[in-house]
Design a protein around this ligand. Structure first.
Ligand SMILES: C[S@@+](CC[C@H](N)C(=O)[O-])C[C@H]1O[C@@H](n2cnc3c(N)ncnc32)[C@H](O)[C@@H]1O
Length: 209
């Protein structure tokens, strides 16, 4: 992913300044417990890791998946610098990730209590197939949490986001998660289309037990 490999060099100094304030609330929506296993899909440079690591504790596992080697290298450096040995990474197209890939990345069988995708579903080309596959991997009672931007009316920033992040912000995750049988709640979060290119939203889907 040459674009995101290059974007990686300045992502944390630009995009992340806008989105850092949302991360704690978004991760809290996963309702993780100590020892849980969680996937951070399209994890980028790993800005969610800090909150995920705190939520699952030393006996849990965080698996960051991303297609871009440049983004993932930064995520790995972030984990290594902070001594988070229970963070694993997987450089792979999200649409091809199977249970075995997760187990191998982790070095142990993975039982997913949570899947998190922040600012990823608007970017992954075949996002609907990815949601279906990852929802299948989730344990009963597990949570699938999506944070992204939804554009209801186009403003100049929408074009900027489309160009820089290669994002289609017309997509919404919650109808598909409902279709899959999850108990879904979603809400718009504070934000401005002139800053985000649309409105930030948080969708929380619980797989029936
Ligand atoms: C806007 S960034 C979001 C990064 C991070 N989740 C965050 O919240 O800041 C989108 C990420 O999606 C990744 N991505 C795009 N297509 C992908 C795919 N098919 N499989 C896995 N990752 C993908 C990109 O490499 C990039 O890191």
């Amino acid at each position: 992913m040459p674009w995101y490999d290059w974007f990686a060099t300045w992502y944390d100094h630009t995009v992340e300044r806008v989105y850092a304030p949302y991360r704690a609330e978004v991760v809290a929506a996963l309702e993780l417990a100590g020892g849980d296993h969680v996937v951070d899909l399209a994890c980028g440079t790993g800005p969610n890791f800090e909150h995920l690591v705190a939520a699952v504790g030393a006996n849990g596992r965080v698996i960051g998946v991303d297609f871009s080697a440049g983004m993932l290298r930064r995520a790995e450096r972030r984990a290594a610098d902070r001594g988070w040995s229970h963070v694993s990474t997987l450089q792979q197209d999200a649409s091809t990730v199977g249970q075995k890939d997760l187990d191998v990345a982790c070095g142990a069988p993975v039982e997913l209590a949570g899947v998190l995708v922040t600012l990823g579903l608007s970017v992954i080309p075949n996002w609907e197939a990815v949601v279906r596959q990852m929802y299948d991997r989730l344990q009963p009672g597990g949570r699938f949490v999506v944070f992204d931007i939804h554009t209801q009316r186009w403003v100049p920033t929408t074009w900027l986001v489309k160009l820089t992040a290669q994002a289609d912000t017309k997509r919404t995750a919650w109808p598909l998660l409902e279709q899959l049988g999850a108990q879904v709640s979603w809400q718009y979060l504070p934000g401005s289309p002139h800053l985000h290119g649309g409105t930030p939203y948080l969708a929380v889907a619980r797989k029936p037990a």
